[in-house]
Design a protein around this ligand. Sequence first.
Ligand SMILES: Cc1cc2nc3c(=O)[nH]c(=O)nc-3n(C[C@H](O)[C@H](O)[C@H](O)COP(=O)(O)O)c2cc1C
Length: 175
Amino acid sequence: MSVAQNDFRNAMGCFATGVTVITVDQDGEVHGMTANAFCSVSLDPVLVLICVDHRARTHAHLHSRKRFGINVLRSDQQAISEYYASSVENHEQAEAAGASFQRTAHGTPVLQGGLAYLECRLHSTQAAGDHTIFIGEVEDVVVREGEPLLFFRGHYRKTSEAQPGSPASAFKGSE
Ligand SMILES: Cc1cc2nc3c(=O)[nH]c(=O)nc-3n(C[C@H](O)[C@H](O)[C@H](O)COP(=O)(O)O)c2cc1C
């Protein structure tokens, strides 16, 4: 017996995430899509994955361009997330939503002023139900100061002003 989609959504919504915008070149224009199905995969080589719905316009663009940016949003960039969560052919209102872009040396569009970006070259894909897992080899990263935009139980959240907790020592290996 399979789990009801709503129950699945509710359970996954308990897993708090950051919010990214996937950016890809589309005939010289920037196409973007809000995504939180993003995680690291491997350190050697450095790989990450994103999961993209077959129906998303971004799906075809990723297959054809084979390079993309993963832009981690800052706490004050909710309007950008909302803008790129709607499927339009041309993102003519991007500036009004607060989004402006630069190009990397490879021509990949990346968001100006995000918390971080990872520039990726498509490594491989894996069909998975109604989504495709796009695995990207990370070619460059830029990290900036600031707080993240969060997504939890279907709502945008911000980190509290409280002091950060202790570091995750389990990830420090043999130190
Ligand atoms: C917070 C948030 C996270 C999302 N994460 C994903 C995701 O990981 N994968 C996906 O395919 N769609 C995701 N979506 C939905 C897409 O952003 C949405 O379907 C978008 O319109 C697709 O744009 P496109 O058709 O221009 O590619 C998310 C939406 C929101 C609001």
